[in-house]
Design a protein around this ligand. Structure first.
Ligand SMILES: [Mn+2]
Length: 227
């Protein structure tokens, strides 16, 4: 059985500015929470020997204050490299390509997908094709999934997309898409991000970013039972 980990909206090092309103709140501890979440995610991937990790956008909350945020991400990705686990990442509205002014070289197991056009990563040994596109700018208003390629025959196909889906209250209407549009690609699994709550739409999964890290069992027959 092939197992992978689908995450999104980690918002690493989010300053959580609203915290100052709450007197006595353990602000420093809470501000470390996104780093602990990423460490826990990496540990879970290693413990479960997952085949790969997907991050469906908003890995970062915004441009890094300094390089410490990027260095922390790289340190966690090195742990996955040592466990031979590839990581496929797209940028969302918070970490859109034109918002990030600092960069660091990423370990070779990490693939940040293109922001100009959809890109496909082929994990040949696993028979898996992962399709996705990063946000170029914050306010992407078109349906990015429209130009994603059709499923590759004989492979397990996964779409990685940062999107408000069909529109979700409280979430900016970025990269809207339609369920029939996603289904028409004939992928085995859609790994979405942006909406901070876990949901299964048809065979399309929004990761959420709370305590519900989803380990998808990527067996098409199993998933086809979903309505
Ligand atoms: Mn977002």
């Amino acid at each position: 059985m092939l197992t992978f980990l689908h995450a999104a909206d980690i918002h690493l090092d989010s300053p959580l500015r609203g915290l100052q309103r709450y007197e006595g709140a353990p602000a420093d501890e809470i501000r470390q929470a996104t780093r602990r979440a990423l460490e826990n995610l990496v540990q879970l991937a290693i413990d479960q020997s997952v085949a790969f990790v997907l991050i469906a956008g908003d890995l970062y909350d915004g441009d890094w204050k300094d390089h410490c945020t990027g260095l922390f991400f790289v340190s966690q990705m090195v742990r996955l490299r040592e466990a031979n686990i590839p990581v496929i990442v797209i940028a969302g509205n918070h970490d859109a390509m034109n918002k990030m002014t600092r960069t660091l070289p990423l370990p070779e197991n990490v693939h940040m997908l293109d922001h100009k056009r959809p890109e496909t990563i082929h994990l040949e040994a696993l028979g898996v094709a992962i399709h996705g596109q990063s946000f170029a700018t914050q306010a992407v208003l078109e349906d990015l999934s429209a130009t994603y390629p059709s499923a590759v025959g004989g492979q397990l196909n996964i779409g990685l997309l940062h999107t408000c889906a069909t529109g979700r209250e409280g979430h900016a209407a970025y990269a809207p898409c339609t369920i029939p549009g996603l289904v028409a690609k004939q992928y085995d699994y859609w790994a979405l991000g942006h909406v901070h709550g876990f949901e299964v739409l048809h065979r399309i999964v929004i990761s959420g970013n709370h305590d519900n890290w989803d380990i998808g069992l990527a067996e098409p027959d199993h998933l086809r039972d979903e309505k």
